[in-house]
Design a protein around this ligand. Sequence first.
Ligand code: PHE
Length: 450
Amino acid sequence: MDKKEHFGSKFGAMAAIVGSAVGLGNIWRFPYMAGANGGGAFIVMYLGFVLMVGLPIVLSEFSIGRAGKGNASSSFSTLARGTKWYLIGILGVVTAFTIMTFYSIIAGWTAHFLKEAILNRFAHQSEAELTASFKSFVNSGWQPIIWACLTVALTATIVSRGVKKGVEKFNKILMPTLVAIILVMCINSMTLSGFGEGMDFLFNPDLSLLTWQSALDALGQVFFTLSVGMGVMITYGAYVRQEENMVKSKAIVVLIDTSIAIIAGIAIFPAVFTYNIPPTSGPDLVFLVLPNIFSQMPGGYFFAILFFVLLLIAAVTSTISLCEVITSYFTDKFRVSRRVAVWVAASVIMVLGSLSAISQMDGSHIRIAGLNQFDFFDTLSSNYMLIGGGLGIVIFAGWFFGRRNLYNIMTYNGRYNLGFIFPVLMFFIRFVAPLAIAVLFLSKLGIFKM
Ligand code: PHE
């Protein structure tokens, strides 16, 4: 089924895809994962996986959308009639819902923190006071729910305007803003006394910290940060004009996404060392540690606002892509209008997201497999669903869709000469990526232990 919607320009398509990739994953998750896994050692593995697994999957997934020209699921049906491959796409749509339920909570926290920053609430607060006010925010229950619903509503409003007038238009404005802000933050960080120590932590790999678990975390992070394994690239791939040199443009996307994660690290860790805060503090890094730093640093009022604007832009441009995967599927499958599809999806997300927010309150009894609902959905989606989906996608692309078809799609029927890059990519797609994922996946499932 041919999609009627397309991105209007090359830059718009690039902004939308980078907008999906660059998100909380880069600025919230990457720094704390790197911090918790020993900094440099983690980054070395992360970069290896980006190149050998991430880029090949981005290209496979994008090719499926470009050739199948449909939504995350129908693209498979078009390319493999009468088979069950389309189930990978359905898994992707379910994954989009799952990610949205916890992602929107963090996006909501971000919006709340932006309000706090504007009202200058971090100034002259001790660490204990900042922690107490964060806890009371989370434990109020209704506050995180309202903020999360607001970010979901904002996303839905943008997506309901359509691919060109909504998704593309907003990304075209927001993504350059994001890049400008993160560069300002990074330059500021270079003036801090802890810059050297921060750089050392980030880039001096202590190889003794390389463990099997940190390798798994690094691979999971690559999936999450590149938005692969669930159909964003399929859905957006169908909206991009065929004549674009996709290998080049996707390599640029991966490069930008990776650079922004590293730049976020450069912006955050020197500050952490300057103010003597342990770098290993986990998911709270951005919400507890940074306000504490902003309250002490010169110009902190300004930088706090800038930072939470940055984080909110990163979050919303990613929730837009998650919402678009669902919308594209719903409009085709149930033949409803875009507006109906978007708001039905948004309502379901708001309800599930609210339960996640409630499950984070102290004393909540909502537990699935021993985890609160928030952690359960986070772990389930990043560690199982994205990775499972990604495995299906590379196997489909490398072995079912096959070399000849991939060649035609990636080179636009031979128009772009990829030279030695194509055979190398094929090797990664057929062997390296599936193997790495299979090892990770099986060990996550506890089927074997290294
Ligand atoms: N890539 C986004 C981030 O880094 C998260 C995301 C995952 C978005 C999967 C869409 C799909 O924050």
